[in-house]
Design a protein around this ligand. Structure first.
Ligand code: PGA
Length: 252
């Protein structure tokens, strides 16, 4: 059975000191976490080594990685360095990076390969803009992002993959996807994954989660409908009470 996962994307919300303080409190609050769920914190790069020193029951992820192993890439961080710093996961192709850093599906594909090569589990973000949704292009966009993002990718050994459906218009807007839409899109995602990966791999080693304005009040509507594997939480993940509640609700 696939383990449920709750991923906190701290974006650039916190300083290193603030990250340390919040992580200490979370470690304390979540020390008796049920075995069936996994909690991952993705802080900004400079906070990763500090958190790696003391987090035990919470995993660490990064918010991005470079597609190259090493070389003249000013400002970039390699997947191997992230692994050395204790990361287990890495978010790839987040819409904020696609928008602000002009990341393409081709770059996303190379980053996924770099992550897998370095034993990191990629969290591939896919999702449509408001305009694309208005034009009924949601399915097309998501399928295209999967097709290009996962080009020539195989999961060998016990490698895993996470796909986060994150409609861009729902991120940070307080307007999450509603009704049976999350379930519908998750079905499309799982179905199209079968075009690239063997069915037993999709069944056992690919988790599909939802992200976009998730909070303690609405989280169950996603995990009960389509996003059974978990959620990716942005702004609510830096509010300790909200995040603890999200974890508690999802662990029941
Ligand atoms: P949000 O962000 O929860 O603040 O909408 C989610 C994300 O960007 O991953």
């Amino acid at each position: 059975m696939r383990k449920r996962i709750i991923i906190a994307n701290w974006k650039m919300y916190l300083s290193v000191k603030e990250s340390f303080r919040l992580a200490c409190r979370l470690q304390e609050e979540l020390k008796t976490m049920p075995d069936k769920i996994e909690v991952v914190i993705c802080p900004s790069f400079p906070a990763i080594p500090t958190l790696g020193l003391f987090l035990t029951n919470i995993e660490i992820g990064a918010q991005d990685c470079c597609w190259e192993e090493n070389g003249a890439f000013t400002g970039e961080v390699s997947a191997s360095s992230l692994k050395e710093m204790g990361c287990k996961y890495v978010i790839i192709g987040h819409s904020e990076r696609r928008v602000h850093n002009l990341e393409t599906n081709e770059m996303v594909n190379k980053k996924i390969k770099a992550a897998l090569k370095n034993s990191l589990t990629p969290i591939l973000c896919v999702g449509e803009t408001q305009k694309q949704r208005d034009e009924n292009l949601t399915d097309y966009v998501v399928i295209e992002q999967l097709r290009e993002g996962l080009k020539d990718i195989q999961l060998t050994g016990n490698q895993q993959l996470i796909i986060a459906y994150e409609p861009i218009w729902a991120i940070g807007s307080g307007r999450p996807v509603s009704g049976d839409e999350p379930e519908r899109v998750h079905r499309i995602i799982r179905h199209s994954l079968l075009d690239y990966l063997p069915s037993d791999v999709v069944k056992n080693r690919v988790r599909t989660i939802y992200g976009g304005s998730v909070n303690a009040d609405n989280v169950m509507s996603f995990t009960n409908q389509g996003a059974e594997d978990g959620v990716l939480v942005g702004s609510a993940s830096v509010k300790i009470d909200q995040f603890i509640q999200i974890v508690k609700k999802v662990s029941i």
